[in-house]
Design a protein around this ligand. Structure first.
Ligand code: NAP
Length: 527
């Protein structure tokens, strides 16, 4: 093969299509039984994208983006999965995708300049290039709790949801975790179950989605000039929401009335662009405090029980942990069948056969939902068992953190590419846009190598060091490093604390373009 691609989510599918168009032979190995990546696994109740569907979609084919009809502003998981299936069928992708194919190792051979990919069943394939399209949030974090093996009920993880669904009728349910997954699932589970106990270690800031069916007139207007709509989005920091520009004033400088006007408007609109009401919410603590306090007051105005309302008010900087978008989350705590258990001071002590004990009190439970997130950005890459030049494993190369060049490559790993890897804007963007950028860069780079008789591309150590310094430098100018987020790897015990994604999509794109135009500056190209 020219290219072995790992993962058949949105990144892997487009990578395969792009390889074919460039005349490269390619095969995709996918551990799941179907396409869709994160949308294949995350089937929990309420799972929905928090990027508007007209943006969270491919733009490489005008026909595709014209013919596909999204039904809601924010698409549900089943609808996104149907879209992924549609794309796979429309572009005849499945004939080059091997499903239920778990990659156990990928090893570089310096003498042949080839990579060998080995599957769990022992099958091996050699290729000139490897593209890891494994997703940023695809390695489930399943913390163990004392006594959880004695629990007589069922334990399920949002990121590995049973395909047949879970019936909560008449059950006492525990949800552990209040990030995006938990916050989406909690209102729906609360409606279905007998009693829901939410176990919260850190409160999240969440903004209402105000989801609704898509207005056909709005869809027509976007589709009448889809490319301009897409181009505007790509000029924003998060490659998202070009129609709602970021405010031009500082939240620390406006009057109380102006602050309230801007934030009320953004709250009423809903969604992730809430934080763009002012131009400095993520770089100026005084501004962030004012925005955060406004949301804290909002929580108090929605949640009737003052003690619960207080527990639901995050103490962190708003936006430091990934902002959440919800449908009826805070309102759910006004239901008589929902209670909140605070773990911030006292963690879960243990599981018993019939419940969960915190601070000496047992909460009776039949089903436990772990909404405990992922070993983000590096977890799935490290699970591939990658070994590069001189027998050095990726795990060793990343012992102190995921060093990389442009978030696309790693020194010591020739002809190996990552899509939305650490060091790229990835999770701080509409990831479909980042995927497109990476896929097209990787394909054109391989074509360039072939056209110029180069067999090998590898980031130099110097270029990698400067890139890592650049990413750290940008992150340190923001408020992102001020809390224990998964962006920093802080949710996984023992993981090096490094801010992994790079804030700012447009600047990133220009930097990558400059590297390319400058004869692949920072890479060694070997004839
Ligand atoms: P997450 O944001 O990492 O949240 C995990 C939650 O579990 C946190 O509240 C965490 O508490 C808690 N937790 C972890 N281990 C625990 C333990 N041992 N005891 C008690 N609590 C524990 O994970 P997620 O909710 O799955 O979301 C991950 C990311 O996926 C999101 O940030 C988003 O980027 C993406 N996502 C997007 C959507 C969407 O598009 N709408 C939906 C779902 C997910 P701490 O905060 O204290 O660590």
């Amino acid at each position: 093969m020219d290219v072995v691609i790992v993962g058949a989510g949105f990144a892997g599918m487009y990578m395969l299509h792009s390889c074919r168009q460039a005349g490269l032979s390619a095969i995709v190995y996918e551990r799941g039984g179907g396409v869709g990546g994160t949308w294949y696994w995350n089937r929990y109740p309420g799972a929905r994208c928090d990027v508007p569907s007209l943006e969270y979609s491919y733009q490489f084919s005008e026909d595709l983006q014209q013919e596909w009809e999204w039904t809601e502003k924010y698409a549900t998981q089943p609808e996104i999965l149907r879209y992924a299936e549609h794309v796979a069928d429309r572009f005849d992708l499945k004939r080059d995708i091997r499903f239920d194919a778990l990659v156990t190792s990928i090893t570089y051979d310096e003498t042949t300049n080839l990579w060998t990919t080995t599957l769990k069943d022992g099958e091996q394939t050699t290729s000139r290039f490897i593209v890891a399209a494994v997703g940023c949030l695809s390695s489930a974090n399943r913390p163990r709790f004392t006594g959880d093996e004695t629990f007589s009920g069922r334990i399920v993880h949002t990121g590995e949801w049973p395909h047949e669904g879970v019936d909560f009728t008449g059950k006492r349910v525990a949800v552990i975790g209040t990030g995006s997954s938990g916050i989406q699932a909690i209102p729906i589970i609360a409606e279905q179950c007998d009693h829901l106990t939410v176990f919260q270690r850190t409160a999240s800031f969440t903004i209402p989605a105000h989801n609704a069916p898509l207005d056909p007139q709005y869809v027509r207007s976007v589709k009448s000039d889809y490319s301009t709509f897409r181009a505007k989005n790509m000029l924003t920091r998060a490659a998202l929401g070009g129609d709602t520009p970021t405010g031009t004033s500082s939240a620390s400088e406006v009057s109380d009335e102006e602050l309230d006007r801007v934030l009320s408007e953004r709250w009423a609109k809903g969604g992730l662009l809430f934080l763009g009401g002012f131009n400095d919410s993520m770089v100026n603590k005084a501004s962030n405090d004012r925005v955060a306090n406004w949301v804290r007051d909002k929580i108090s105005s929605i949640v009737r029980d003052p003690q619960t309302a207080e527990l639901l008010q995050p103490e962190t900087v708003i936006g430091c942990k990934r902002l959440v978008v919800d449908s009826g989350y805070y309102e759910t705590f006004n239901r008589p069948n929902v209670s909140l258990v605070d773990l911030s001071e006292r963690p879960i002590e243990r599981f018993t056969p019939h419940g969960i004990v915190v601070d000496g009190a047992e909460h009776p439970v039949d089903i436990v939902v772990l909404a405990t997130g992922f070993d983000a950005m590096t977890g799935s890459l490290l699970k591939l068992g990658i070994t590069g030049r001189n027998g050095v494993s990726l795990a060793d190369a990343w012992n102190a953190g995921p060093v990389n060049y442009l978030g696309l490559t790693v020194h010591g790993f020739p002809n190996f590419f990552m899509i939305t890897g650490p060091g790229s804007p990835s999770v701080l963007t509409n990831v479909l846009v980042s995927i497109q950028h990476h896929v097209e860069w990787i394909t054109s780079t391989i074509s360039h190598l072939d056209a110029h008789g180069h067999h090998k591309i590898e980031a130099t150590k110097d270029a990698q060091d400067s890139w890592v310094a650049h990413v750290n430098g940008v992150a340190s100018m923001t408020l992102f490093p001020t809390c224990n987020s998964w962006y920093l790897g802080a949710n996984i015990p023992g993981k090096p604390r490094i801010f992994m994604p790079l804030p700012g999509f447009p600047d990133y794109v220009s930097r990558v373009s400059r590297v390319t135009e400058n004869h692949y500056d920072g890479f060694a190209l070997t004839p």
